[in-house]
Design a protein around this ligand. Structure first.
Ligand code: IPD
Ligand code: CA
Length: 255
């Protein structure tokens, strides 16, 4: 049984209602092992809501969600970040989203990224293009000096601060940067052309699985920062850009 994307989008839109206009109280926020890595009552609620709806409708798909205690990866399933940009969500910054990728035979075949605060739904199906709500997306392939580049700060790995700052310095010789705090939306912004590129030294599969398909379907290139196919079962590096900026990144990174 394959996943009907209309039905999938409608379930995700309903999940978005659980986190629109929320004001958190301190007891609804917990820290994971790393003190900068938070989980709220709402991350868990959104994940539980999606898991129950998905298993009800598509019982032969695995459910892999960020907030599960153990992650059991496979070839066919949903890869879910119930809230990407949790720190933004806690601070009341509306730039956060729900990210859902559908994987079949080890490949992402559908992706949906929904920002409830702006009611912006990015989605794509393999071979069928990428969309923002009903509008078809195409990365405009602007040069570095006509756009900005999104940076992910790898906030949960202190050892990556210095390399990240060095990379920012390289990019700032060519372009301005943004550090918006949601990698799923960073990839969607590359798809739509709001950002010319995006890179981050350490990210989890649920942060990028859906956005990667959306950016690719809009004509951007998405790989690890050494030009390989991003793995979907472990932490990874990520680089996404229109073709022109991507080849400049290849020069900077030397691969
Ligand atoms: C984080 C965000 C952030 C990125 C981190 C991610 P989370 O996801 O996507 O932009 O820099 O690497 O882990 O923790 O909010 O789901
Ligand atoms: Ca998350």
């Amino acid at each position: 049984m394959s996943v009907d994307i209309k039905q999938l989008k409608s379930i995700i839109r309903k999940a978005g209602e659980l986190i629109r206009n929320v004001r958190l109280s301190p007891e609804q926020i917990n820290s994971k092992d790393n003190r900068l890595d938070f989980v709220t009552k709402f991350d868990v609620e959104v994940q539980n809501f999606l898991e129950s709806r998905f298993l009800e409708n598509w019982p032969d798909y695995l459910f892999i969600g960020e907030e599960q205690e153990e992650h059991k990866f496979g070839q066919k399933g949903f890869i879910v970040d119930p809230i990407d940009g949790t720190t933004n969500f806690i601070l009341g910054i509306p730039h956060h989203c729900i990210s859902v990728a559908v994987m079949e035979e080890g490949k992402i075949v559908q992706g949906v990224v929904y920002c409830p605060a702006l009611d912006e739904m990015y989605w794509a199906a393999a071979g069928e293009g990428a969309y923002l709500n009903a509008e078809r997306l195409q990365n405009p392939d602007l040069p570095f000096n006509e756009t900005v580049c999104g940076i992910g700060s790898s906030p949960y790995n202190a050892g990556l601060r210095e390399p990240t700052v060095n990379m920012i310095s390289e990019i700032m010789k060519r372009s301005d940067i943004r550090c918006l705090g949601s990698s799923a939306l960073d990839l969607c912004y590359v798809a739509s052309g709001r950002q010319g590129g995006y890179f981050e030294y350490e990210i989890s599969p649920w942060d990028i699985a859906a956005g990667m398909l959306i950016a690719r379907e809009a004509g951007a290139t998405v790989t690890t920062i050494d030009g390989k196919e991003p793995p979907l079962d472990r932490n990874l590096t990520i680089l996404a850009a229109g073709p022109g900026i991507y080849s400049e990144f290849q020069e900077i990174l030397g691969f």
